[in-house]
Design a protein around this ligand. Structure first.
Ligand SMILES: [Zn+2]
Ligand SMILES: [Zn+2]
Ligand SMILES: [Zn+2]
Length: 137
């Protein structure tokens, strides 16, 4: 039986390595967006260079996306099933908790349709909601 992480790697045509599987497992277990420091702290053998390369690779392949939360810290989260190489479809809202500082994907809450003035072309839009998450109440 292949693990969930191995299936994800296979689907995105990446060779299965223990390191890659471990990073995906960390994302799946977290249930929130993670910074590279967050991931490093959970890795058995933290290798910063390999981690940066892996995150870049995962982003390119459509496995993770940047969870923009209005803070200075770049965070990533697992993509939805439809994402693939260079085509992301993560047009959902991100929620940033002011209490625990965690950032969550609101997978079923979408950025509303934006109508721009003539001459402006939108490439992407990010929406962040600040507040208190369900863990903080
Ligand atoms: Zn994506
Ligand atoms: Zn919170
Ligand atoms: Zn997200």
């Amino acid at each position: 039986m292949m693990s969930l992480s191995d299936n994800i790697l296979k689907k995105h045509k990446l060779r299965i390595t223990q390191f890659r599987s471990e990073v995906i497992d960390i994302f799946n277990e977290a249930g929130r967006a993670l910074s590279s420091n967050d991931i490093e702290a959970k890795l058995k053998d933290a290798d910063r260079i390999t981690l940066y390369r892996t995150l870049k690779n995962f982003e390119d392949k459509g496995i993770i996306h940047r969870a923009m939360d209005g803070t200075q810290t770049q965070k990533y989260a697992m993509c939805e099933a439809e994402c693939d190489e260079y085509h992301h479809h993560d047009e959902h809202v991100h929620f940033h908790c002011e209490n625990c500082e965690n950032t969550f994907c609101m997978d079923n809450v979408f950025v509303p349709k934006i109508i721009l003035p003539n001459g402006f072309k939108m490439h992407n839009a990010h929406m962040v909601i600040n507040g208190r998450c369900k863990n903080c109440g």
